[in-house]
Ligand binder design. Structure first.
Ligand code: ADP
Length: 539
């Protein structure tokens, strides 16, 4: 064999070193509701060293799990750097999970220490007694810690007691760096363990021009929680490129977010469509005073992004939303919907409304029910399968061979692929609507309905039907002060989708129930329908 390049480990420690050495002057801004606090990368790095040595003093060793139960803020970023760099494993706990699920994942991951925002003490206190492996709660900020019992330490006091600096070990690039559980819409949440190498490569991809194109000139506002698939990789990618961070902390409604955007002028911001819907509602209502034009790029995903949402932001607020697709299991970036250069300008939104174009580093195929591979012809519909260096190879301690197929991850998403690698997801396998043996795309029905001017949100679920086995039920939330009829909505749809797709069953609801990461919770809607809780109009 010819001798080749150095076998240099791809680690989070290397990302950490690069940001601190090269971009020490970049800043991390944390919103406190009225004002912001600020620290430079150099200061964050110095504090991360102290955190690493404090955790080592508490007995944390390589491979041990350190949980975080925190909003997006400076301290959470310090943990992102310190914990993996010292060889331990960062476990970002989802603070919107039900208590049983939270208990399950902290015990399953065997977290030894949990770094906890003081404002979240009441939430965690509900389960604290059940957390079998947790030895210490380390509290970020001030608050009444009595509900947590006696094993409580202060984050700031711990850091202050350290001499400064830390002698980081050389970690194996294939060792565990972080873990994240899927939100568990069915059954128990499943743990995905990221390696140093997978995170390094994913971060490189997240900085690239085919995805977010990050540079030192960017200011990143990660609204997507740091417990939701590593805030889509933005913290590590942005640290690598020296982009400033604007951390929204717990202020996640339309109004404070708009104010923060105007005050701190971020250039890039990621969040699920539900959040952008809230921001849009506030921005539209306050058109004269809200200015969002500092944002050059808004990656949006986690669920299908309605074209109408993208058009509204572009046309009314000059903000470019770019749809992306991925999952906790894919680190998460797998596809980004950047319009191909061959598309004429009038087709721009057609491409952007698709789910995304597969990114370099991820291989993708679709398969039929019998496992055979289907062509990329924009027609054949099957389950999307992916493989690559930042795609999970297994679930932590849970063998689930059904989720894998000859080394490919079965995503549970159903869709088709164009010949140029653009995917269009029509549904999650568990949400598909099969009417008389044919698929109806709930994603397309929802996206189309949300283009109606009176509609704020629309979720479409399959419900049992005597004649067709299953038919779509449309659950519609109207915008404040708007009114419309089922006939009008049906007429609107009839002009845009196949006639046999038109729902016969309609219900107006106050709000679509959401999962812990802000997606439509269709399981709840189906159960409400089955229990007769919805007032359904049949047409
Ligand atoms: P959970 O599985 O707990 O909801 P994830 O964020 O890991 O959390 O969910 C990944 C899933 O989200 C994907 O498998 C897909 O169904 C959905 N998803 C993500 N991005 C998009 C998108 N742009 N369009 C449609 N669905 C999406």
């Amino acid at each position: 064999m010819l001798s080749t390049m150095q076998d240099f480990p791809l680690t989070i420690s290397a990302i950490f070193r690069h940001g601190r050495n090269v971009f020490g002057g970049s800043e991390v801004v944390t919103f406190e509701g009225e004002s912001c606090r600020r620290a430079s990368f150099a200061q964050v790095a110095e504090r991360a060293d102290r955190l690493a040595s404090a955790l080592a003093r508490l007995g944390i060793r390589e491979g041990d799990r350190v949980g975080t139960f925190a909003w997006n803020n400076q301290e959470h970023l310090e943990a992102y750097m310190a914990v993996p760099s010292m060889g331990a494993v960062l476990h970002t706990l989802n603070l919107r999970l039900f208590p049983e699920q939270l208990t399950y994942i902290a015990n399953h991951a065997e977290d030894r220490v949990i770094l906890l925002d003081a404002t979240l003490i009441p939430l965690l206190a509900r389960v604290a007694a059940e957390l079998k492996t947790v030895e210490q709660f380390v509290i970020i900020g001030d608050g009444d810690t009595s509900p947590l019992g006696s094993n409580v330490l202060s984050y700031e006091e711990l850091l202050a007691a350290e001499p400064g600096g830390y002698d980081y070990p050389e970690v194996d690039e294939r060792s565990a760096a972080a873990m994240c559980y899927t939100s568990g819409t069915t059954g128990n949440p499943k743990g995905v363990v990221y390696s140093h190498r997978s995170t390094y490569l994913h971060s490189m991809a997240a900085t690239s021009g085919t995805t977010f194109g990050l540079t030192e000139r960017d200011r990143i506002l990660p609204i997507v929680p740091m417990f939701h698939a590593n805030a889509w990789g933005l913290p590590y990618a942005g640290w690598m490129t020296g982009s400033d961070f604007v951390m929204p902390n717990r202020f996640l409604q339309g109004e404070p977010l708009c104010k923060l955007i105007m005050a701190e002028r971020p250039t890039v911001s990621g969040a699920v469509p539900t959040v952008w819907n809230d921001i849009l509602a506030y921005a539209d209502k306050n058109k004269d005073s809200v200015d969002l034009t500092s944002l050059r790029l808004v990656p949006c995903g986690g669920s299908a992004v309605p074209r109408s949402l993208m058009e509204a932001f572009q046309e009314r607020h000059g903000v470019r939303i770019v749809q992306a697709w991925g999952m906790t299991e894919t680190s998460p970036i797998a596809a980004v919907a950047m319009t191909p250069k061959s598309a004429p300008p009038e087709e721009d939104f057609e491409w952007r409304a698709k789910t995304g174009r597969v990114v370099a580093g991820v291989e993708l195929r679709i398969t039929a029910d019998d496992g055979s591979v289907l062509p990329w012809d924009g027609e054949a519909v099957g389950e999307i399968e992916v493989r690559g260096p930042w795609i999970t190879a297994s679930y932590y301690k849970d063998d689930d061979p059904q989720k894998f197929h000859d080394g490919w991850l079965r995503t549970g998403d159903v869709g088709c692929v164009e010949s140029n690698g653009f995917i269009q997801i029509t549904d999650r396998a568990k949400d598909v609507i099969k009417s008389g043996g044919e698929w109806i795309s709930s994603v397309e029905l929802e996206g189309t309905l949300m283009g109606h001017p009176a509609v704020k949100e629309a979720a479409v679920v399959g419900v049992p039907d005597e004649r067709w086995d299953e038919r779509p039920l449309a659950c519609v939330v109207l915008k404040e002060g708007e009114d419309t009829s089922v006939e009008d909505l049906k007429g609107f749809l009839a002009d845009r989708v196949a006639k046999w797709w038109l729902p016969e069953r309609w219900t107006f609801i106050e709000e679509v129930p959401k999962t812990s990461v802000g997606k439509f919770d269709k399981k709840v809607l189906r159960a409400r329908y089955a229990d007769g809780e919805l007032e359904v109009k049949e047409t």
